[in-house]
Design a binder for this molecule. Structure first.
Ligand code: HEM
Length: 336
């Protein structure tokens, strides 16, 4: 298995997420940037000792076809989007994801500036989110977020592709979504009511007993089993973000998985419902405003990029169109 990009590291104190779309004709400049990235990260990171700067770079399905000839990660596709009876998860455009992490925000911002500079004229940054670690690893709903993430060898098998796709072993699939919380409605609930929404206690972060945990609680909906009883997990790296001026309080949801269908099955249960619950109750207080799926290659990929796609034969899927005032909601997966 190839050395992975640093996706297994513990949560950093600061993070900056850049999502960009590649402009027409920008493919070769983007390839140059991808090849340069490890060196750029070293140049910025070495000047900020202790910041532990890293950048996990991921590539979307359409972008892959535009950038590279040769094999494609077997499960790379566009984020489907979900339209449930009550809540929607839009699919929004994104060719490249830069998940920049450090112990200090200056290091993240410096690397983001360098990347933005290299992308100018070749790609457009469509979303920039500055994430921070909130006290006691809580999200802005006030609950500790990340407790049940797999650890050690379980984290490795959860997040990293193994021999099943040998060309891309050590890679991963990542789904990101930006959620905005309605803190007014949330804070109108009592702590006990909030705990029933999440499925864990707020102060101590203990899981509610099966008898107390509602079927539509966030934890119950996202506890996923295969028919043979094996639990399926994902590796989450959520970060809070917000703006007091704009009244915006959110969670940048980030989930790495060896197979994207695990995260997608969780999203189906959250938005489309299951036999046990109509939808995830957390969605009454949190609205998804973006959603994109990318492939995260192993680290060595950037040292020897595959040959460029031949533009005359490249298959270019159409990204969801914008410009209609919508959030770029693409095709949505609906309940049958
Ligand atoms: C509004 C955005 C979200 C917030 C604020 C949030 C928050 C939380 C919190 C507080 C927990 C309990 C502590 C923990 O184990 O981490 C949790 C658990 C979990 N969440 Fe989320 N989450 C969000 C979105 C999602 C989404 C979109 C998914 C999957 C598609 C997801 C999957 C999970 C999973 C798998 C668990 C662990 C369940 C378990 O095994 O106990 N979360 N989340």
């Amino acid at each position: 298995m190839g050395e992975p990009q640093p996706i297994l590291d513990p949560l950093s104190k600061a993070a900056l997420f850049l999502v960009a779309t590649i402009d027409e004709g920008g493919e070769s400049a983007v390839r140059d940037l991808l090849a340069e990235l490890p060196g750029l990260r070293r140049s910025v990171g070495f000047r900020v000792p202790g910041a532990d700067l890293s950048c996990v770079t991921s590539i979307g399905s359409t972008a892959w076809d535009r950038l590279f000839a040769g094999p494609k990660p077997s499960e790379l596709h566009e984020f489907p989007g979900y339209e449930g009876p009550r809540h929607q998860a839009p699919a929004t455009p994104g060719d490249l994801l830069f998940h920049i992490k450090a112990e200090t925000p200056d290091a993240c911002f410096e690397l983001a500036m360098v990347i933005g500079d290299r992308l100018r004229g070749a790609a457009t940054v469509v979303d920039e989110t500055v994430g921070f670690r909130y006290f006691e690893q809580r999200d802005l709903l006030g609950f500790v977020d990340g407790t049940e993430n797999p650890e050690g060898s379980q984290a490795v098998s959860t997040a990293l592709i193994d021999g099943s796709d040998p060309d891309f072993a050590g890679g991963s699939y990542v789904i990101v979504q930006k959620y905005l919380h309605d803190l007014g409605a949330w804070n109108a609930l009592s702590v006990t009511e909030q705990e029933l929404v999440i499925g864990r206690t707020k102060l101590g972060d203990f899981e509610l007993s099966d008898a107390d945990k509602p079927a539509n609680s966030h934890v119950a909906v996202n506890t996923l089993y295969d028919p043979d009883g094996t639990q399926r997990q994902i590796l989450r790296a959520n970060m809070p973000f917000g703006s007091v001026r704009d009244g915006e309080f959110g969670t940048y949801y980030v989930a790495y998985a060896a197979a994207p269908d695990v995260t997608e099955r969780m999203l189906e249960r959250m938005f489309l419902g299951s036999d046990e619950a109509a939808y995830d109750r957390i969605l009454d207080f949190s609205t998804a405003v973006t959603g994109t799926l990318f492939f995260t290659p192993p680290a060595g990929f950037f040292d020897a990029l595959p040959d460029p796609a031949r533009t005359d034969t490249a298959v270019v899927e159409q990204a969801p169109a914008l410009g209609d005032g919508s959030l770029g909601i693409g095709t949505l997966r609906r309940k049958d």
